[in-house]
Write a protein that binds this ligand. Structure first.
Ligand SMILES: Nc1ncnc2c1ncn2[C@@H]1O[C@H](COP(=O)(O)OP(=O)(O)OP(=O)(O)O)[C@@H](O)[C@H]1O
Length: 642
């Protein structure tokens, strides 16, 4: 936190704060004063003991890391690079999620041990509410790079640290995480804050240019040589020429604010329309173009169009041979699922809306996304809206957008709305059955007329998107009983596909193997046959979502040397659920011949599995029964030796 607070001023300010409850002005940096004030207002005491350790449990941390997977993947190489720069200074490089909880650390093992004693370890929260003034929590509160040195930390126990942290923002200004370097106070270096800020920028740029980003990009700099460096501006443009995102450098170069993103067409910031930019790009794709800002300032820009924009209009249609598309990659062999995918494939290049029905957690959203990635609009945006999760007053403005000043509390510049953001791609309306009736009427009009009128009026704007809806309710019944507009039901139901619940799928073995590979891509894992059988026979009320979550927890329980998931790796409550579901008879005793038909059958199953080394399909063939029947039999005998 600059300017550096003199020790005496610091002591005086802190004493005053603790005695009178507020920080005197002029003694310390304003950000520090604000942060100390917040810490006091939270009821924290500088010398007080922290409450019980509040680190996330392993499962919750696992889930959190899963949610921030993309950020983690792009941050890790940068963190390792950063650590190389500070290797000799007893430091740890830390990544926190947007709530201040640490999700990754990289550092000097000796200092890591020391840092762990003050909870600089994955799963711990460094939000100011928990730990008072500290670089991570304060950068989060101030949304700006921050350095906190020694005694500037609110809690005295953290006074041996000097920490520098910078926020990592998305292309639309959302906080994605905080990058931090923490060192022993005595080893602090005046350049660390600059280093962390640059590294945070590198991560932001990686995220903007990674494969997940579907917009056109305009890379900008005041000099052509600056394009491609960490200092370049990156602007995201929608297919119809609106500025929809950008890094901080781009916003600064073009004098735009985050609030303007999504509501400014390109020609309002540069002296050129998108069409001209594109045609120049086609002539010289790799050469930066000379541009002018509206005030006349010179800039250079290199356009990176999405494939959709550069593809010639009459592109050759995808081969009709055996599908190798995104839907095929999700296919693990269940016949009903495969039929649903095959049907969906037939309408992907036609203006026929797809309605996906199925219980909660069967994978409707994944199916929808894969359908989008398998169709001709795969390079356009996939905009998913959960109609049940969005507060009713927000749905309308979020969907349809609004004009500047359309309502109090809206953004001054207005907003294009999600329907327009889906232009050129796919609009996925999840839980459409929960959309309020009044909005159903407006949506129906958009679907009929293929144009949107933003709130507050103005010219209708043409939109073109593929429509995919999903619901776990019987929509037909809702329509019959007036809970859902019948005309909207017929409009969205061009083709209905029903995804089977997990308990009715016949591909549990392959599906669970796929889930394990997704959870631990670098580590070949398997389920012990008895456990596999029990899981395959389970009813799975939460379907694939529940199964993925159980396996994720079980994987977290594995030791590094283990590669097989067993009963004891399962969460306790789920073990109890399984036990209850399958009240199994006592296992057959070994060493004596089978005494009755049931024991005979059990012993045949064990023998077949042993002979086939646990391969379910082979064993089922050998026994002449279906795999489902074999799973059921195995589940009844899950303590068996296989
Ligand atoms: N084909 C698949 N392969 C592997 N995992 C999958 C697949 N489909 C879904 N999943 C897993 O199941 C979870 C739930 O999927 P998804 O969100 O698509 O379900 P849903 O049916 O849309 O749920 P809801 O009705 O509650 O919105 C995913 O997060 C993922 O872990």
């Amino acid at each position: 936190m600059r300017p550096l607070s003199a020790p005496l001023a610091l002591r005086q300010a802190r004493q005053h704060l603790l005695e009178f409850g507020h920080c005197p002005s002029g003694l310390v940096d304003e950000r520090l004063a604000r942060s100390w004030q917040r810490s006091v207002d939270e009821g924290l005491r500088p010398t007080g003991r922290l409450g019980a350790p509040d680190n996330l449990e392993q499962h919750a941390l696992w889930l959190l890391r899963g949610r921030h997977q993309e950020l983690l993947a792009h941050s890790r190489p940068v963190m390792e690079y950063l650590f190389e720069q500070v290797r000799d200074s007893q430091s740890v490089v830390v990544l926190a999620g947007p709530c201040g909880t640490l999700v990754d650390t990289c550092g000097d093992p000796y200092f890591l041990g020391k840092a762990e004693r003050v909870a600089l370890t994955s799963g711990a929260s460094w939000h100011e509410k928990q730990r008072g003034t500290n670089a991570i929590g304060t950068a989060l509160a101030e949304m700006a790079p921050v350095e906190v040195q020694g005694a500037e930390h609110f809690l005295e126990r953290n006074g041996f640290l000097t920490c520098s942290a910078a926020p990592i923002l998305s292309g639309t200004g959302q906080l994605l995480g905080i990058l931090d370097i923490s060192s022993e106070h005595s080893r602090g270096n005046p350049h660390t804050l600059g280093l962390v800020s640059t590294a945070a920028q590198m991560i932001e740029n990686r995220l903007l240019t990674s494969g997940g980003q579907r917009h056109m990009r305009l890379h900008l700099h005041a000099h052509p040589e600056g394009i491609g460096t960490v200092a370049e501006g990156i602007l995201l443009l929608s297919g119809d020429g609106w500025v929809v995102g950008g890094n901080r450098a781009a916003l600064a170069l073009l004098r735009l604010s985050v609030a303007q993103l999504g509501s400014v067409p390109l020609e309002q910031v540069l002296d050129m329309r998108l069409e001209e930019l594109l045609s120049r790009h086609h002539r010289r794709p790799d050469a930066p173009q000379a541009l002018r800002r509206h005030d006349g300032a010179a800039l250079f820009g290199l356009l990176v169009p999405d494939r959709r924009t550069v593809r010639p209009p009459a592109a050759t249609p995808p081969a009709a041979a055996a599908p190798h598309d995104a839907l095929a990659r999700l296919d693990t062999g269940d016949a009903r699922w495969r039929t649903a995918a095959a049907k969906a494939r037939r309408v992907l290049d036609k203006p026929i809306p797809l309605l996906i029905q199925g219980e909660s957690g069967v994978g409707k959203e994944w199916f929808a996304r894969a359908a989008h990635d398998s169709g001709p609009r795969q390079d356009g945006p996939f905009v998913a809206i959960n109609c049940a999760a969005m507060p009713e007053p927000l749905i309308e403005s979020e969907l349809f957008g609004y004009r500047p000043g359309a309502f109090t509390g809206g953004r001054r510049e207005g907003r294009p709305g999600l329907l327009r953001e889906a232009h050129g791609g796919t609009l996925f309306l999840d839980e459409i059955g929960d959309m309020p009736l009044a909005l159903q009427t407006r949506l129906l009009r958009v679907l009929q007329e293929r144009q949107v009128v933003p709130l507050g009026g103005g010219q209708p704007i043409a939109v073109d998107f593929a429509l995919v809806c999903a619901s776990n309710r019987a929509l037909r019944e809702d329509a019959d009983q007036g809970r859902f507009r019948a005309d909207l039901y017929y409009r969205i139901n061009g083709l209905t596909v029903e995804l089977p619940p997990l308990r009715e799928r016949t591909d549990f073995e392959e599906l669970s193997a796929r889930l394990l590979a997704q959870i631990e891509p670098a580590r070949p894992l398997r389920l012990a046959p008895a456990l596999l059988a029990a899981l395959a026979a389970h009813r799975w009320p939460g379907n694939l979502r529940q199964c993925a979550s159980v396996l994720r927890t079980a994987c977290a329980m594995l030791d590094a040397a283990e590669d097989t998931l067993e009963w004891h790796h399962l969460p306790d409550d789920f073990q109890a659920e399984l036990q209850k579901a399958s009240r199994r008879p006592p296992p057959a005793q070994t060493g004596r011949p089978p005494q009755n038909l049931e024991e005979l059958s059990r012993s045949a199953v064990r023998q077949a599995l042993e002979n086939c080394r646990g391969n379910i399909s082979q064993a089922a063939r050998m026994l002449g029964i279906s795999r489902q029947t074999l799973y059921r039999k195995m589940a009844q005998d899950k303590t068996g030796p296989y």
